[in-house]
Ligand binder design. Structure first.
Ligand code: CU
Length: 659
């Protein structure tokens, strides 16, 4: 059984904020509590050969990927490469996937991914896609949940630090995003300017972006809303009565440009921005606003050819709230709020009170009333600021220190993470009183309940995504994996069931019942549908073609040989393209391809797929290549040789298998 260490909590609560932060930096008290009961073990035990109840989709944080875990077992099922090159399967290395990482700044091999959000239908996660944000160079990716592959990445212009994304509207009409960092924008074209950083208050602006999602998933930046130069932190779309609206937290309404930890913590209240996205989208559809330069890339998998392509879009439509009253309002919210979460009924908007002693809950109904009554306490850059007392529904007391994020169980309760007091706090959406709390090890950021930010949460489990690991696992030197904790929320009292280490820094995660996703899985790519221009469909079609100093090897793999497996006539100074088609037509039979000295050393090719590895040999000699994915009892026999002759030699191209 979980026992509470009350002294520890008193200790936490009684120390001033800065001192507590100091303790977090320099060391946590070691934990007393363990989930030790056999009951807990049974609840997370998934017997060999059995499947988990939920897919958990975790952001990889600074790894730039999306990781997939089984819930409740905590088993790591897969890592989906998204914003970073992936050595495991050649994503971002193979010629077919390099375009996915192209941006207006060039090829970017590594980014930071924060918030996955599953597509929704009528406000319920539907398992078609999961979106996730690229934080550093602003982008949004769409991952197809029938293949667990990144299908599309769109860059977001006029934005910096794309943190407040990727959150979908109730029918996935839009994925929205917002600037974390404001940037200087010139009046006319909103282009990033060469100005003194000290001119922040005068020149810097932010944007909220609305990415349209077509029925087939294709994304386009439909419009942006120009907003004051604050930091926009997180967002969530409304649902039910509030489904035409979306909400964004702001901090740094002080508009500081240096030492934000002090300078952006001065104001008693910052804002939650409430945006009527429906109204804004109608304005955009009617050609309102203006179209400004805004070069951005859209990278997508061409499903016919099974390879990525890039297109460049040159402009973007921008709406200015001063010209379009009614699309955005500010709700004063104490004090540098972090998360903003809308309850399943769509009536309540909870702001994470990062530096606040209470957890503020706004009422959507009150908000609409205040707008109708023009109950404003001021205005910023043409954006009305609503009266706090008019929109607030409740301030949850005693909800922990450093409250960040809230999710919901669908049974009338909300669960909030408190970073500094390191706990999960359960409170009632009826009484707005805390009813239970449980320690987290240590310092949870986001939390996740399956469907917990949707109209219909599945409840049952909660996963705390903890920022600090310390002594929870066997130590692995200075670098430790982050840690997730699985908590049973099916009863009155929360019960800690399991810790499991996570890859990268999972900021946020979502989970969906396995049944919704697992029946749709693609098991291999039919060879007859492979229209890759460099595909070969049979061993008889394999060949080598020289074009100047480019050599194209059209190669096949099948258990357990390459065709061709003896290659001659390559010279130093050539650029060799190995176009490898995996002829297998069965589930779970990828073949690998690794060439000694190849600068992008490896490929992994799924059944029916074609992937291309480039190699610029620097030395003469004979170089072996082999299959890297154990494919049969004779996998170790799956090899070949490429002969490289000196520059200018006259060895002719020749090739074969079994000759
Ligand atoms: Cu093989």
């Amino acid at each position: 059984m979980q026992t509470k260490n009350k002294n520890k909590r008193l200790f936490w609560w009684s120390v001033p904020l800065i001192a507590v932060l100091g303790i977090l930096l320099y060391g946590c008290p070691s934990q007393q509590n363990l989930a030790g009961s056999s009951d807990a073990a049974q609840k997370v035990y998934v017997a060999p050969g059995e499947h988990d109840e939920f897919y958990g989709l975790f952001s990889g944080g600074y790894s730039g990927q999306l990781t997939v875990y089984g819930i409740p077992s905590g088993r790591h099922l897969y890592t989906v490469p998204v914003f970073s090159q992936a050595p495991v399967n050649g994503y971002g290395y193979s010629e077919e996937t390099k375009p996915m990482l192209q941006t207006s700044h060039g090829f970017i091999p590594w980014d930071d991914a924060h918030h996955p959000e599953i597509s929704q239908t009528n406000g319920v996660p539907d398992g078609r896609w999961v979106f996730i944000n690229g934080n550093n160079t602003p982008r949004i990716a769409r991952i197809d949940l029938s293949t667990f592959q990144t299908a599309e990445i769109i860059e977001i212009p006029n934005s910096a630090g794309n943190h407040a994304s990727s959150f979908v509207t109730v029918n996935t009409d839009y994925v929205s995003a917002a600037t974390r960092f404001s940037i200087p924008m010139d009046q006319e074209n909103l282009e990033n300017q060469d100005v003194p950083i000290s001119s922040y208050a005068e020149n810097f602006k932010g944007t909220l972006s609305y990415i349209k999602v077509a029925d087939d998933g294709e994304m386009s930046v439909d419009f942006q809303i120009l907003v004051p130069g604050y930091n926009y932190d997180l967002s969530h779309a409304g649902k039910g009565p509030s489904e035409d609206w979306a909400f964004y937290t702001t901090y740094n309404t002080e508009e500081a440009n240096t030492l934000l930890e002090v300078n952006a913590s001065r104001n008693d209240k910052d804002f939650i921005a409430a945006v009527n996205w429906k109204k804004a989208s109608e304005l955009a559809a009617n050609g309102e606003g203006r179209v400004v330069p805004g070069e951005h890339y859209r990278n997508y998998i061409d499903h016919d050819e099974q390879r990525a392509k890039s297109e460049v879009i040159e402009t973007v439509r921008v709406l200015d709230p001063t010209e379009h009253p009614g699309i955005i309002y500010y709700l004063p919210t104490p004090k540098s709020p972090h998360g903003v979460d809308v309850d399943p009924t769509g009536r309540y908007i909870v702001g994470g009170g990062k530096l606040s002693s209470v957890l503020p809950v706004h009422s959507f109904e009150n908000m609409i009333q205040a707008i109708e009554n023009e109950d404003f306490e001021g205005e910023v850059d043409g954006i009305p600021v609503l009266n706090y007392d008019s929109v607030i529904q409740a301030e949850v007391e005693n909800a922990g220190i450093g409250t960040l994020h809230t999710e919901f169980d669908g049974n009338g309760y909300a669960y909030t993470t408190a970073f500094i007091s390191s706990e999960i706090v359960k409170w009632s959406l009826e009484t707005f009183e805390v009813v239970d709390r449980i320690d987290a090890y240590y310092s949870p950021g986001h939390l996740m309940i399956p469907g917990g930010d949707s109209r219909q949460p599945w409840g049952k489990y909660l996963v705390a995504l903890n920022k600090i690991t310390k002594d929870r696992y066997l130590p692995t030197g200075p670098e430790l994996f982050h840690s997730a904790q699985l908590i049973d929320i099916s009863g009155e009292k929360m019960e800690l069931l399991l810790d499991f280490p996570t890859d990268g820094e999972p900021h946020y995660a979502q989970a969906i019942p396995a049944d919704i996703v697992k029946e749709n899985q693609v098991r291999f790519y039919p060879l007859e549908d492979n229209n890759h221009p460099d595909a070969v469909k049979s061993e008889a079609d394999t060949r080598i073609v020289r074009e100047g100093n480019e050599v194209h090897v059209y190669m096949t793999t099948i258990r357990s040989h390459f065709t061709p497996d003896n290659i001659e006539g390559i010279k130093v100074g050539d650029k060799v393209f190995f176009h490898v088609t995996n002829l297998e037509q069965d589930w779970d039979v990828p073949h690998g391809f690794a060439m000694l000295g190849a600068q992008n050393a490896e490929l992994l090719v799924m059944p029916g797929e074609t992937r291309t590895l480039t190699w610029e040999p620097k030395k003469a000699g004979v170089f072996p290549f082999y299959c890297t994915d154990f494919c049969s009892a004779l996998h170790q026999e799956m090899q070949g040789y490429a002969r490289v002759s000196p520059e200018g030699s006259d060895v002719p191209i020749s090739y074969g298998t079994g000759e």
